[in-house]
Design a protein around this ligand. Structure first.
Ligand code: ZN
Length: 218
């Protein structure tokens, strides 16, 4: 039992994971709702020196098939490259495909987008809210593993707030910007304009208040 009275997130297995970006340690955790969490870490993780962290949600179409409809694979790759360069950091990989609606509904949403809807309109037409993802287990895992303060690699203000709400200190926000392509530019613009994400077509940071470091309590 952890200090907040909730069950510990149990580690089920771990192994060494050599990759193009260096030697990582891969762990599998049993989180709530019966879903497994994957972490890929390098270096000493616990401690008060803020850890570079990306909390990344699964995207089968981009990460496995190389789809250009979104920017998930470049974001994942750049996070692992960054950790490899720093020789310290953690990727928390959550199995919540399609902002939490699952693969089948995500493909239904893509079909609606093929007909002209944007990514949010498509979700709404299917009866879903903007974003069903839950980052609570990621926050709990960080605290449980002695990682109270992080440098979070994200463009998503909702993810920042979710981790702050868990009690994790966000010492710095490091945007994850990749050049748009003709297939994902509308998707990226929708995330920026309607979901508050950090993004600009030039790949430079927009003038956006969330681009500044966010500290707990501010
Ligand atoms: Zn994606």
């Amino acid at each position: 039992m952890s200090s907040d009275g909730r069950e510990r997130i149990e580690e089920l297995a771990n192994c060494r994971l050599p990759t193009a970006h260096g030697d990582f340690r891969l762990s599998i955790w049993q989180a709530s709702k019966g879903v497994e969490i994957v972490t890929v870490g390098m270096g000493k993780l616990a401690g008060n020196n803020p850890l570079f962290v990306r909390v990344h949600s699964q995207c089968f179409t981009s990460e496995v098939l190389g789809s250009l409809r979104c920017d998930c694979r470049p974001q994942l790759d750049s996070a692992l490259e960054k950790i490899g360069g720093l020789q310290r950091g953690l990727l928390i990989y959550l199995q919540q495909e399609g902002r939490g609606i699952g693969l089948t509904n995500k493909i239904r949403a893509y079909a609606l987008q093929d007909g002209g809807a944007d990514t949010l309109e498509a979700n709404h037409l299917l009866g879903f809210e903007d974003d069903l993802r839950d980052f609570t287990d990621a926050g709990r895992l960080l605290l449980q593993e002695g990682i109270p303060s992080i440098r979070l690699n994200t463009n998503n203000p909702r993810k920042i707030q979710a981790l702050v709400d868990c009690g994790v200190e966000i010492a710095e926000v490091i945007p994850s910007l990749s050049p748009p392509n003709p297939h994902n530019s509308r998707y990226l613009e929708t995330k920026a304009l309607r979901m508050g994400h950090l993004f600009s077509p030039s790949g430079e940071l927009p003038a956006h208040p969330r681009a500044e470091s966010t500290h707990k309590g501010e």
